[in-house]
Design a binder for this molecule. Sequence first.
Ligand code: G3H
Length: 254
Amino acid sequence: PAMKIAFGLEDLEKQVAEVLNVEKVIVVSGDSDEYSWVKKELGRACVQQMKKQIAPGDIIAVAGGTTLAAVADMVSPSEKWKDAVFVPARGGLGEKVEIQSNTISSTMATKARAAYRLLHVPDQLSNETRTSLSLEPGIKELLALIRKAKIVIHGIGEAEIMADRRETSDGAVQQIKEKAAVGEAFGYYFDREGHIVHKERTIGLQLNDLNEAQTVITVAGGSSKAEAISAYMKYRPSNLLITDEGAAKAILNR
Ligand code: G3H
């Protein structure tokens, strides 16, 4: 029976990869909407894949969220992390400290016994302040490091849930609703067709900075995220999607 289950997941992986146009998909069993241990398994699978991808000295940019926090939980010391540098993908997005990308990046680095850098940018900034901050030597250098990341790891959220969780401004919430955003990643909101309909004001990785030389790993599960995952992958299919059975089946049944 164990073999059968394994074959079942492998089949799902192939089908989801094809439907989403993603190079490689890994599906863990269960649905993280139903059981919290499934999110831990997503974390475990993600760390396994990171270790396969990483080369000594690589910069790894990590986003925020509870799924990324589950990834951080699973990191342990290994030769693989030799000279790795963990950096946050973007500045504050209004999340609780525990799940901000700064925290996740420092947790991963500490557990990996590797280096990390922090991006100290307050969440709510005027355009002017943000522009002048990004010209500060320390921040400018870090922004350049983020752009050089070899591996980028991020989660995907449902648009309205993310806007609500981050106490996003009324104007932005209206925009998100009016333009029918369904998914969110890196502070960018996407509609069903994968168009960006809103972007949070923070510095760091811009989606159009992503390039072919990077490995972008998306980790997102739960059947409730099917629409959000599909929307984001229309914008830019990742190199690797780590998801669960719940989301995979819901993606195929859309
Ligand atoms: O940007 C995506 C969200 O950070 C995902 O958050 O992992 O807590 O669902 P989550």
